[in-house]
Design a protein around this ligand. Structure first.
Ligand SMILES: [Ca+2]
Ligand SMILES: [Ca+2]
Length: 186
């Protein structure tokens, strides 16, 4: 059975799933009826300083692969239609650059300010982690709160702790836009 985390919950991937080699970070959402918006999943691979070791460690729809070859974004989804993962990032844990201490999964609404979009127009947003080898879902975090003012969010974070990878269901809503995260971490 997959573990369902609540906001703030953590899960030690290395300890609980020692055979884990390659994971799929799946993000899904639905747009409430009568609305249309483009949600984007991006990943920031941060070093000890809390910054990207190089710009290319920001993986998103225009930079699908991290320079260490560890992370692969499978591409942009513009509608969120369907129950399956809408955007996905594959991660090979042993390839992750040694400088990387944290991997942040961020959701942002494309041109949210211009189009007056926010998370209140979304439903059933989730992040989950799947073992690629066995196709088994290991954990998921369903966004069960409403975020009517947020246009973007740090959804989950995978952190290196004493050589182990720990997932944190962060769910921190914000209004900085994707560029705001880039400014913070680049
Ligand atoms: Ca998208
Ligand atoms: Ca969907």
């Amino acid at each position: 059975m997959a573990i369902t985390l609540k906001k703030g919950g953590t899960f030690n991937l290395t300890k609980k799933e020692p055979s884990l080699k390659k994971i799929l970070i799946g993000l899904g959402w639905e747009v409430k009826r009568g609305n249309a918006l483009d949600l984007d999943a991006s990943v920031f691979m941060l070093g000890e300083s809390g910054k990207l070791p190089a710009d290319e460690f920001f993986v998103f729809y225009n930079n699908l692969k991290s320079p260490d070859g560890a992370l692969q974004h499978t591409g942009d989804n513009r509608t969120g239609e369907g129950d399956e993962d809408d955007e996905m990032i594959l991660a090979t844990l042993e390839l992750i650059d040694q400088r990387v201490e944290e991997i942040l999964a961020v959701f942002s609404i494309h041109e949210a300010k211009n189009r007056n979009h926010n998370f209140g127009l979304l439903s059933e947003a989730y992040i989950r982690i799947v073992d690629v080898e066995t196709k088994r879902e290991i954990l998921r975090f369903d966004l069960d709160e409403e975020y009517p003012t947020a246009t973007d969010m740090e959804f989950g974070r995978i952190k290196r702790e004493n050589g182990e990878w720990v997932f944190i269901a962060s769910g921190i809503g914000a209004n900085k836009g994707l560029q705001g995260y880039v400014d913070m971490y680049a």
